[in-house]
Design a protein around this ligand. Structure first.
Ligand SMILES: [Zn+2]
Length: 272
């Protein structure tokens, strides 16, 4: 039987991405956006991990209805039921999986606890759909983060902001200049759908085609980026806008917000 891959076998490029995952997972835990096994992270490593061997005797975990293009793809994913706070080194909560060429399922290439006990998050279908959509449109985006940012999630329960993505985006842009500049395509709202369902996956893909952050109604948020730090930043900045809005509403007044002229001035300066 072949020796299971150790962390060192993964190579510098992959380890660099895993270090970023640990860093972002720690932020998510500290911010209170990843309670228990809430939240998940994936990184498409196909371009930098194609040399990693598939252990010949690794069991294939079958998955139904995988898109054909999933075949051969290599992803880092968080594990089913695992806690994001356990993504700090040695990263017990994550693993690297590769989909077989016929896209009937995946085999575990590496996980800190050994490949046999690892199972990918139930949100893998959503993450996979997003990665496939991204790579067909824009090869630069490789990381997807889902978490439960408290104030954005609270706004998804709001009778107006929670159902009108244009109103939500315009209002959060007006809370502070950074939201307009660093969440330039705004926030899309996906109506509530069962976690892990293909309906939710489809809504998420649609949302990310037009917006930087997708707010899963009454559940959480998803963003993508060139790496996990970029994806985290998008949610973090949007969440700041949500926190300011809720702080003003809680204090009993409607925020004045940046004016249309002030927003246009930012758009000119930053070429938005
Ligand atoms: Zn969730």
């Amino acid at each position: 039987m072949e020796r299971a891959m150790s962390r060192e076998d993964l190579g510098e490029d992959v380890l660099r991405e895993l270090d970023k995952v640990s860093e972002v997972a720690a932020h998510l835990w500290e911010r209170g956006w990843a309670e228990r096994n809430g939240g998940n992270i994936s990184v498409d490593l196909t371009a930098i991990a194609d040399r990693l061997p598939t252990t010949p005797d690794a069991v294939t975990v079958t998955m139904k209805d995988l898109p054909r293009e999933a075949g051969g793809r290599t992803l880092f994913v968080t594990g089913a039921g695992e806690r994001l706070r356990d993504l700090r080194p040695p990263m017990r909560a994550g693993g690297i999986v590769r989909f077989d060429d016929a896209a009937n399922g995946y085999r575990v290439l590496w996980s800190a606890g050994g490949p046999s006990g690892f199972r990918a998050t139930s949100e893998l279908p959503s993450h996979l759909r997003i990665h496939l959509d991204l790579s067909s449109r824009n090869g630069e985006h490789r990381a997807v983060v889902h978490c439960h940012p408290t104030d954005l999630l609270a706004l998804s329960h709001h009778p107006r902001f929670g159902i009108d993505e244009e109103l939500l985006t315009r209002t959060l842009w007006a809370m502070l200049p950074e939201v307009r500049v660093f969440v330039p395509s705004g926030i899309a709202i996906a109506p509530y759908a069962l976690p892990g369902s293909s309906v939710l996956a489809e809504l998420t893909v649609e949302g990310l085609r037009k917006a930087d952050v997708v707010l899963w109604s009454k559940h959480g948020a998803v963003a993508m980026g060139g790496d996990v730090r970029e994806a985290f930043d998008l949610i973090d900045v949007a969440e700041k806008g949500a926190a300011i809005l809720l702080r003003c509403l809680s204090a009993g007044y409607d925020p004045v917000g940046l004016s249309d002229d002030q927003l246009r001035e930012l758009e000119r300066k930053f070429d938005l």
